[in-house]
Design a protein around this ligand. Structure first.
Ligand code: FES
Length: 171
């Protein structure tokens, strides 16, 4: 079992995070699929983000140690992709689309409703730590506009009331 220090997690109430045997096994299974450790970089970053909640400096360091890749390389790759978070996130990530199809169908107004109901603004986390919000360009569900992702769940044909009803299911 490997443990590592979360240098900047004081506000999360947890200073130590453990990479347990399950996580190590998951990383090793990915590692065994490829000849080159760099090919495992994205899925390993994903695993650490899933387990820690965001990519703290400690999490990035652990990815580097697990794959024997410099931390600078890990950071460079992880900051390239929008799906990786470099700040603490709420328990659930809302990705709300406001691109053309969703905008026409009322997607922009949904953002206002999120602010009113949860105090949630784009690129921020609600005061209770329940939700983080990211405004997306298009999540590929234009036929169900307006649409959002909550974590990995797709929800379409949203109305303000319907959206709140859905979100109340995420505690
Ligand atoms: S424009 Fe919103 S899902 Fe495509």
């Amino acid at each position: 079992m490997i443990t590592f220090r979360q240098d900047d997690q004081a506000d999360m109430g947890e200073n130590m995070v453990t990479v347990n045997d399950r996580i190590l096994q998951e990383v090793n299974e990915i590692r065994n699929r490829y000849h080159d450790a760099r090919s495992c970089l994205l899925p390993t970053i994903y695993i650490l983000q899933r387990e820690v909640g965001w990519l703290s400096p400690g999490a990035l360091q652990m990815v580097g140690e697990l794959l024997n890749i410099p931390k600078a390389t890990v950071k460079g790759v992880s900051t390239f992709y929008a799906m990786f978070n470099h700040q603490p996130m709420g328990r659930h990530l809302i990705q709300l689309c406001t691109n053309v199809a969703c905008m026409i169908m009322g997607g922009e107004g949904l953002s206002d409703i999120l602010k009113e109901r949860y105090g949630l603004e784009p690129n921020r986390t609600s005061p209770d730590g329940r939700f983080s919000l990211v405004i997306m360009e298009c999540i590929g569900a234009c036929d169900k506009a307006p649409a959002m992702l909550v974590d990995t769940d797709l929800h379409g044909n949203l109305t303000g009331e319907g959206m709140i009803g859905i979100l109340e299911g995420y505690t």
